[in-house]
Write a protein that binds this ligand. Structure first.
Ligand SMILES: Cc1cc2nc3c(=O)[nH]c(=O)nc-3n(C[C@H](O)[C@H](O)[C@H](O)COP(=O)(O)O)c2cc1C
Length: 367
């Protein structure tokens, strides 16, 4: 029998007890300085006890001007290290593994949160946030590359088992990759080679900072799912390059908030046919590289998860929303392969994250 959901796995030497990953999920459970609260620590303990093989933190800003939402984790300063160490220690005490997702919002950062005009590859108004960013100078780019490297170095010192660069969902790395948000005329814009230069510089700087054996992964957009945007064929080329630059795993996602029904967190995943909506893209990318592939998007039943591994579309599956309702979902799946996640993919979990200091499933108690 080949790989199945409960086979052990590893990413750059980090042993994982199964093939099920908690995908990065902004929880809104950090204080105004970006430090985890007790509520976040309790949640991660529950996820570990519930059996997840690897937790990826919610997106964590590498510089304060990259923040988008309240309650986001920050890794922008050495002052955060004691609080972050408390978080990683809790996960390790429970026998879990944790990667820190490093991010900068770019043109999607919120001036309300940061008090500053956002920076972006080009001065293109963000369709959803309505922010009007300032185009980055070459010095801004160098500074941000350094911020990612320093964020990765801090993650290592804070005890995270690895990092994941956020290269999806319309944030800064994705903004450089996409022709919709990158209209630069210099060496960072135009051809795909130029559009992926920022990512290459980030990968190189991060690797220099953390050394050869520390896991550096990425959540990569397989496509913007918007006409004129970044395409799957381009993602395949980027993935091949990422492998050459020493990336240790690629989590495949797709879409941005502007992609409507084809955004990152699609609604109404109410049948097996609607599950695993990024699996075809993951399969294509996996056929071109040898690094482990993680796929996220709409997994709700063990059967579809198993099939995804069997068809060699991915080496790991990742879930976000189902764990908000059922942090112990992996244990449930282990005990009962017919258990379907209770999440109805309504996306109501976001609002309490903003209004109540933490995401929660708004369906609990309704049925
Ligand atoms: C409340 C919420 C917060 C999210 N925060 C992040 C994040 O911080 N970083 C990220 O890469 N994706 C984030 N996502 C997207 C998820 O990781 C995932 O890609 C998407 O929800 C699809 O997977 P699912 O169907 O298992 O939920 C978030 C999704 C939700 C619902």
């Amino acid at each position: 029998m080949g790989t199945h959901l409960f086979s052990e796995g590893s990413i750059r030497g980090v042993a994982l007890k199964n093939r099920i990953v908690r995908s990065a999920t902004w929880e809104g459970m950090c204080d105004s300085e970006g430090s985890p609260t007790g509520r976040l620590i309790d949640l991660y303990r529950a996820l570990c006890r519930g059996g997840v093989g690897l937790i990826v933190t919610g997106y964590t800003y590498v510089r304060a001007d990259g923040k988008e939402l309240p309650g986001t984790m920050g890794i922008h300063s050495d002052d955060r290290l004691p609080a972050l160490k408390t978080l990683t220690r809790a996960v390790h005490e429970e026998g879990g593994r944790i990667f820190c997702q490093l991010f900068h919002g770019g043109g999607r950062a919120s001036s309300r949160e940061t008090g500053a005009r956002p920076l972006a590859p080009s001065e293109i108004k963000d369709a959803t946030s309505r922010e009007s960013p300032r185009a980055m100078s070459e010095q801004d780019i160098l500074d941000l590359v350094t911020a990612f490297a320093h964020g990765a170095g801090r993650a290592r010192r804070a005890g995270f088992d690895g990092v994941q660069l956020h290269g999806a969902h319309g944030y800064l790395i994705n903004q450089f990759l996409s022709p919709l948000t990158n209209a630069r005329k210099d060496a960072y814009g135009g051809s795909l080679n130029h559009r992926m230069r920022f990512l290459r510089e980030v990968c190189d700087a991060v690797r220099r900072e953390v050394g050869p054996s520390y896991p550096v992964s990425i959540k990569l957009t397989a496509a913007d799912n918007i006409p004129g945007g970044f395409t799957l064929e381009e993602a395949v080329t980027v993935a091949r390059n990422l492998e050459a630059w020493g990336i240790d795993a690629i989590e495949v996602s797709s879409g941005t908030v502007d992609a409507g029904e084809e955004g990152p967190a699609r609604r109404n995943i109410d049948s097996p046919e609607r599950e695993a909506y990024n699996a075809p893209c993951a399969r294509r990318i996996k056929s071109e590289v040898t690094v482990p592939i993680i796929v996220v998007g709409g997994f709700r039943s063990p059967k579809v998860g198993e099939k995804t591994l069997e068809k060699e579309s991915a080496d790991f599956i990742a879930l976000s929303r189902p764990f908000i309702r059922e942090p112990d979902l992996v244990r449930k799946w282990e005990a009962d392969r017919t258990h379907r996640a209770l999440c109805i993919s309504c996306n109501g979990c976001f609002l309490p994250g903003i209004k109540e200091g933490g995401i929660r499933c708004v369906q609990v108690g309704k049925d």
